[in-house]
Design a protein around this ligand. Structure first.
Ligand code: FES
Length: 167
C-alpha cells in the first residue's frame, strides 16, 4: 500500500519539481528550499525531502539536519486548524496546562497524538510567545487570544469544528 507521503508526493510532483528546480545551481539555500517545499505540501514528507536533496545534489543529512533543528518545519502532516497553547512560565502560572488538558480531552487526542484523526486540528504547546502581560495565551490560526480560559477556548474550537460540519 502506498504511504500518505508517497501519495502526496506523486500528486504534487509537478508543482514540487517547479519549486525545487528554482534552486538548481544555487548554494547555501537549504532553509528557503525547505520552506518552499513545506508551503507546497503543507509539511515536509520524508519522501519529498529526500527527492529534493537528490535532485539538487545536496546531502540528505543536511536537509534533515535543518528540518529537525528549526521548529518552523513539520515532518508530519498538520491539521487544518492550528491551536497553540503557550506553556511558558507566565502562562503556566495562569493555568495554561488546564486549557491544554481540556483541549486534549475535547479533541479526543491520545497520549503523544497532537493532530486529530480527521486532520481538522493540531494542538501544539510552545514556550513564551512574548505576550506574558495577557497570559495565559492561546493562538488559534494565528489569532492571539489573551487572558484565555479553558471554556472560552474550548468553545472557539468547537465552533471551528462545527463550521466544518464535524462537531
Ligand atoms: S509565557 Fe506565555 S506569553 Fe510569555
Amino acid at each position: 500500500m502506498q504511504s500518505q507521503a508517497g501519495f502526496m508526493l506523486e500528486a504534487s510532483l509537478d508543482k514540487l519539481r517547479e519549486v525545487v528546480d528554482k534552486y538548481k545551481n544555487t548554494k547555501g539555500t537549504t532553509i528557503p528550499i525547505l520552506q518552499d517545499i513545506q508551503e507546497c505540501l503543507g509539511y515536509l514528507p520524508e519522501e519529498a525531502v529526500t527527492w529534493a536533496a537528490d535532485r539538487l545534489e545536496i546531502p540528505r543529512s543536511k536537509f534533515f539536519g535543518v528540518a529537525t533543528f528549526y521548529s518552523q518545519f513539520y515532518l508530519t502532516p498538520r491539521g487544518k486548524n492550528i491551536v497553540t497553547v503557550c506553556s511558558g512560565t507566565a502562562c503556566h502560572v495562569k493555568g495554561s496546562a488546564k486549557i491544554h488538558d481540556r483541549l486534549v480531552r475535547d479533541l479526543n487526542l491520545a497520549e503523544g497524538q497532537n493532530t486529530t484523526g480527521d486532520m481538522l486540528f493540531t494542538l501544539e504547546k510552545v514556550n513564551c510567545v512574548g505576550a506574558c502581560s495577557i497570559a495565559p495565551v492561546v493562538i488559534i490560526n494565528h489569532k492571539v487570544n489573551g487572558k484565555a480560559s479553558a471554556s472560552r477556548i474550548a468553545q472557539q474550537v468547537k465552533k471551528l469544528g462545527s463550521a466544518e460540519g464535524q462537531a
